[in-house]
Ligand binder design. Sequence first.
Ligand SMILES: N[C@@H](CCC(=O)N[C@@H](CS)C(=O)NCC(=O)O)C(=O)O
Length: 265
Amino acid sequence: MELYHFGFSTCSQKVRLVLAEKGLDFESHEVNLISGEQHDPKYVKLNPHHVVPTLVDQGQVLIESTLIIRYLDDAHPEPPLRPVDALGRYRVERWLKRIDDEVHKAAPLLTFALGPRQALLAQPEEVRNANIDAIPDPVAREERHSVVTHGIAAPEFARALGVFLDALDAMETDLADRPWLSGDAPGLADATALPYVLRLEHLAMDPLISARPRLSDWLERWKKRATYTKAVDNWAPAAAIKLMRSGGASEWPGIERIARDRSGS
Ligand SMILES: N[C@@H](CCC(=O)N[C@@H](CS)C(=O)NCC(=O)O)C(=O)O
């Protein structure tokens, strides 16, 4: 299998985690999202949405991370990463949908308002704008311009933070009933949620995690797994984490205020 991916990308982490949990190796092709390699016409032939990840398996091109992880669980059933009972299956699907439809769309708004923002603002304006203007989805494109220009003051930032906080609360609730989101062992729902929780940590929003004890415990248990080291740590360059964390840390007082205003406390 060949995987086109990027170290820090949430959807890439999700697919790498599932590959690792299945014990599957892959040939790596990194697509640098910061320098705009996702817009390279050769890559766009594989993934017409200009995004990672893309998996090539036996000559077949597979896109869409959630479809890819379901495919991997079907094609390589051991160990199974979804429960067999209908309600357990529903719970997994609910998480996959929630993350795809809501959390994933909010993630780049948090990331680009904080992490790489200063580096992007230091680029010549025409370079920065050309990369953002190449985002094919017009809504995502305008939102990206807004958060890069205005940072946490962009209205999109507060909305995105709200989506994340609702998801963290839902995880905290679900984890009261079982150790992992879909049962006794990590599965597709956990592998899908982890990159987004980590994104908060990488953006120095750790207090949002530590305020939720079951979620914190779930994250610590993930970090002890060898698959975490293989699929996440090994691809997360220290310099990039430092940059992301410093962007988030300098804005933490403002972020905390937005989170407080939202909860009315
Ligand atoms: N629905 C797609 C979304 C993929 C996606 O948004 N990937 C992000 C990284 S997590 C990306 O490549 N973004 C390109 C960009 O920021 O220009 C999937 O799940 O595969």
